[in-house]
Design a binder for this molecule. Structure first.
Ligand code: NAD
Length: 294
């Protein structure tokens, strides 16, 4: 059993923290949201506001936050001044490379062992410890973190030094964003041609058009009962976060001097969707923009 601080109890962080409680760890959760804190407390964890978080004796800190700017401020205001040397810090947020490298450097200067370990799998996999983890760390840090990582995720892969996990995540989510547009455009066309959406889903699911997006984020309400589309597109994975990740992929493409036109198109489509006031919906809600005839 480890003494773990978990910062960021949102759509992903809450089920991840609950999973660690269920595995017998002494979890101390922190979030700005009182509702999120209450939900984790109900599962048996200690909770507090971020400013109140005491990191004395904490062996592992996990962060699961929405953006690089927030991760940076949580590091500088809470983690760096309060964590004890030797503490393992696992940032599971999907954020930019510069922030990731900076927090690793600042953490190392204070004797902390910092890893980037963004995740794939959604809240479903978060609650059962079945996420896929893309890790950036030194081999020594990865070795030290393997035990806790294996309780967060069913699959983990060390891609290289700090930042390499974030690059893998950006490339991965560029595939998810592009796939989503393909799947949803196919559904929009099927519907416009008068096909039954549920029948079309069954066909695709057992055929070459099968994908994680199709199975978990089918865009037509009522076809897959657990999908966000069947719950007024509540996230799931918010369109704002998808847009952020597609932007990070474009930044990676620019620094690698590679044109990624499908990725660029997906980034621009999701950016517009968010600018139109839809950032808080699940990304599958972009389907609703595809159903009006040009
Ligand atoms: P979310 O917005 O649901 O949760 C973020 C949580 O952080 C919120 O509860 C918020 O109150 C809290 N928070 C914000 N600022 C804080 C601060 N200063 N101190 C403490 N808590 C603070 O987001 P999410 O969907 O859980 O995603 C979290 C991260 O995981 C993002 O980087 C996202 O890109 C990534 N991710 C999400 C999914 C998904 O399916 N939702 C999948 C993989 C990766």
């Amino acid at each position: 059993m480890s003494k773990i601080a978990f910062i960021g109890l949102g759509v992903m962080g809450l089920p991840m923290a609950k999973n660690l409680v269920a595995r017998g760890h002494d979890v101390h959760g922190a979030d700005l949201s009182g509702t999120a804190r209450a939900q984790l407390a109900e599962a048996g964890a200690k909770v507090c506001e971020p400013e109140q978080l005491d990191l004395a004796g904490i062996e592992i800190i996990v962060t699961m936050l929405p953006s690089g700017a927030i991760v940076k401020s949580v590091f500088s205001d809470i983690i760096l001044p309060r964590a004890e040397p030797g503490t393992l810090v696992v940032d599971c947020s999907s954020i930019d490379l510069d922030t990731t490298k900076q927090i690793a450097k600042d953490g190392a200067a204070k004797g902390l062992i910092v890893l980037d370990s963004p995740v794939s799998g959604g809240p479903e996999a978060a609650g059962s410890g079945k996420l896929s983890l893309m890790v950036g760390a030194t081999p020594e840090a990865f070795e030290k973190a393997k035990d806790i990582l294996s309780q967060i995720g069913a699959k983990m892969s060390l891609f290289g030094d700090n930042g390499a996990g974030q690059v893998a995540k950006a490339c991965h989510n560029m595939i998810v964003g592009i796939t989503a547009l393909g799947v949803y455009e196919g559904f929009a066309l099927a519907k416009a041609c008068g096909l039954d959406a549920a029948q079309f889903y069954e066909l695709c699911n057992g055929a070459a058009a099968q994908s994680w997006v199709l199975h978990n984020r089918c865009p037509e309400p009522g076809v897959v009962p657990a999908a966000p589309a069947s719950h007024d597109y509540a996230p799931g994975f918010a369109a704002g976060l998808m847009s952020k990740d597609l932007g990070l992929a474009q930044a990676a493409a620019k620094s690698a001097n590679l044109d990624t036109p499908f990725g660029a198109e997906a980034a621009s489509r999701f950016a517009k969707f968010c600018a139109d006031g839809n950032a808080a919906y699940d990304f599958s809600a972009i389907f609703r923009t595809m159903q009006t005839n040009a």
